[in-house]
Design a protein around this ligand. Structure first.
Ligand SMILES: C[S@@+](CC[C@H](N)C(=O)[O-])C[C@H]1O[C@@H](n2cnc3c(N)ncnc32)[C@H](O)[C@@H]1O
Length: 320
């Protein structure tokens, strides 16, 4: 099964087959947009003219509350993310693993929520992906890492192919034998890896694209060839490419038309099934990438199901 689906993951996940994926990797967006849009107001009965009218001709004053928007964002994020993770767990095999990729702002809140959902015993590792890129503030330690929380559905039975690990150079090769230095050592829970280099072939132009190297290491160690990997915040499709390169299958979900277009181009050599959107020819995709506004219009039509070559949205349900 190699599939790219356009749609809200909350709607698509319940349509996927039970216990069909060995690995779930997600890299959710922190700002869902809802937190930014939400303005909390205090509405009180007014003695004067009031800003807002109400029942029985009463008038009310409206005051914007001084609230901690950061805290609101975190609460909204959990409310957005956790039901989706819960829904996705239905698709995970009994020996499957879940990886949630987060940054320093949200990792602690999500760790506590995942411990509650899966049990502390299922927590296996916090992998720190360390990189070195971008500005360096002078008033605090520059934040240059993300965290990947690993939970095993069953902490006594999961896929961990030690021999499939890539090797990395010793920090002090002079302290080990020549053979050992040549072979390199296995990684720890701190992974040094560059971000996607600006001019690399890997770069798709999708703003939050993660490096293939990080996903390839995960997929090689935590799945076997032929397994299915699920990413329901798939973005540019890094998970799909890493999976397919190593003989694994993938289900990628994203509700952003730009994301599915980029994924369908990127993964075309692996022949994915496209669900909820049309096949976009390379030439059209090139034009669309140069003119995102026009592409948006086309995809709005796709969403409305008004083009003859559009697979109806109901087709998402075929996967049941
Ligand atoms: C941080 S990006 C993922 C980037 C990806 N790891 C990569 O390497 O390209 C998060 C993605 O989640 C998608 N997304 C956000 N809310 C969604 C939802 N409710 N359903 C499906 N996708 C969603 C966004 O469109 C975005 O592409």
């Amino acid at each position: 099964m190699r599939r790219i689906v356009l749609g809200d993951n909350a709607e698509v996940l319940p349509t996927l087959p039970e216990r069909s994926v060995r690995l779930i990797y997600i890299d959710p967006p922190f700002n869902t947009g809802r937190a930014q849009k939400r303005t909390r107001m205090l509405v009180t009965a007014s003695d004067g003219p009031g800003e807002r009218g109400g029942f029985g001709g009463r008038r009310y004053d409206v005051e914007a509350l001084e609230s901690s928007s950061y805290r609101d964002a975190v609460e909204d994020f959990e409310a957005f993310l956790m039901p989706r993770i819960k829904s996705a767990l239905r698709c995970l095999t009994d020996d499957g693993s879940l990886f949630v990729h987060l940054d320093y702002r949200e990792v602690h809140y999500v760790k506590v929520a995942l411990d509650r959902l899966l049990g502390r015993a299922s927590f296996m590792n916090e992998i720190v992906w360390a990189y070195d890129y971008g500005g360096r503030p002078k008033n605090r330690w520059p934040a240059k890492h993300d965290s990947l929380l690993w939970y095993a559905r069953d902490p006594d039975r999961y896929v961990f192919d030690y021999d499939a690990m890539d090797r990395i150079p010793y920090m002090a090769p002079g302290l080990v034998s020549k053979e050992k230095a040549e072979r390199g050592k296995t990684p720890t829970d701190v992974w040094w890896h560059t971000i996607v280099p600006t001019n690399s072939r890997e770069k798709t132009g999708y703003p939050t694209q993660k490096p293939l190297g990080v996903l390839e290491r995960l997929i090689k160690v935590h799945t076997e060839p032929g397994d299915v990997v699920l990413d329901f915040f798939a973005g540019s499709g890094t998970t799909g490419e890493a999976a397919a390169r190593h003989g694994r299958n993938f289900v990628l979900i994203d509700d952003n038309p730009d994301a599915v277009r980029i994924m369908s181009e990127r993964l075309a050599p692996f022949g994915p099934e496209l669900v909820g959107f049309p096949v976009i020819r390379e030439a059209d995709a090139q034009t669309a990438l140069r003119a995102p506004a026009a592409a948006q219009t086309t995809l709005d039509l796709v969403r409305a199901g008004s083009r003859a070559d559009v697979e109806p949205r109901a087709s998402v349900r075929k996967t049941r």
